[in-house]
Design a protein around this ligand. Sequence first.
Ligand SMILES: Nc1ncnc2c1ncn2[C@@H]1O[C@H](COP(=O)(O)OP(=O)(O)OP(=O)(O)O)[C@@H](O)[C@H]1O
Length: 361
Amino acid sequence: MTDYAIEARDVAVTYADGTEAVRDVDLLVETGEFFGFLGPNGAGKTTLIKTLVTLLRPTDGTVTVNGFDAVAEPRSVRATVGYMAQETSIDPELTARENLRFACDAYGVPRAKRGDRIDELLELVELTDVADKVADDFSGGMKKRLDAATALVHRPPLVFLDEPTTGLDPAARNRLWEYFRRINDEGTTVFLTTQYLEEADQLCDRLSVIQQGTVVAEGTPEALKRRVGGEILAVELANTDENDRAVAIAREEGLFADGAVIEPSESGVTVTARDARTRGTDLLVALRDAGIDVVGFDVRAPTLDDVFLAVTGDRTGDGSEAGRESVPTDAVSSEAIGTRGHESSGTGASDGNGAAGEVDR
Ligand SMILES: Nc1ncnc2c1ncn2[C@@H]1O[C@H](COP(=O)(O)OP(=O)(O)OP(=O)(O)O)[C@@H](O)[C@H]1O
């Protein structure tokens, strides 16, 4: 039998004002996994996390965390999870050590164990040297590391990280990644929400993409990328007025395999195709024969960015509709990447009764 840290079935969360933030969400996270939950702003990531950590009640469906029912046994759920919220929960007037002591109090860590636990965590997040300095003097990255440590004082088997690296510079982000990897290597299940596709790619064993409250794709980063449908060939033209003519040439029958997606780009033409690499030179020759000047040429493997664009029509992560027209539906069939229907089941009716509200902690 598989051991699940999180089992969510048909979960819907509707706020009191009728906003259906999450609907029809099924989620299975195995114990020990590093699981990513990806989506643009407002997609429903925080709402789902808050539901999993029992700060919100689901309007519909069932949620089991570490074997405990989130509605019937919220205390047991809370005792076995750590939660790093988007806004840091540390007190800037307290030192790093005092913040951790405070967290030990809040989570009921036995007194005899606190000293060692705190020292261990300070070391893990590399704050031992500044343990007795007030957090107010810390950089953004240091504050985030301290915050992450406070979520772990009770050694939870499952930790939720809600956009933990937003606003950090790449160096600070990298250090946090190291830290998250380490706790996962030591056996902690990690549930991470992020808008950074690279972050999900670097860290996650498996991920779900959520859009407008519904899971639209799921799989390992590699499988999701593979299913984009080959490699991506970008051709840069000297004169972008010729983009459409170049697209027409690239689309000529027989140049690329069936299912290729050929689109104008800002600087020329982009081809997503299984044979993008091998047939790329044929395209260059065809363009030259047509008198179109090529100034750059690049073939690359798909990134999660391409997956995200394909399933959400949004490369910007801002939830805008930009690019929706260009979803390469041929190369990325809905079925191929596990896309689910967008239809609401009608559950979580927005009548105000049973609507999600913050639950007292
Ligand atoms: N307390 C609330 N009352 C009503 N609607 C809410 C409430 N909190 C969030 N929402 C709405 O629910 C939807 C999902 O929001 P949520 O914060 O879960 O998204 P998110 O994916 O975490 O976004 P972000 O990346 O911006 O944090 C949005 O439409 C949001 O406006």
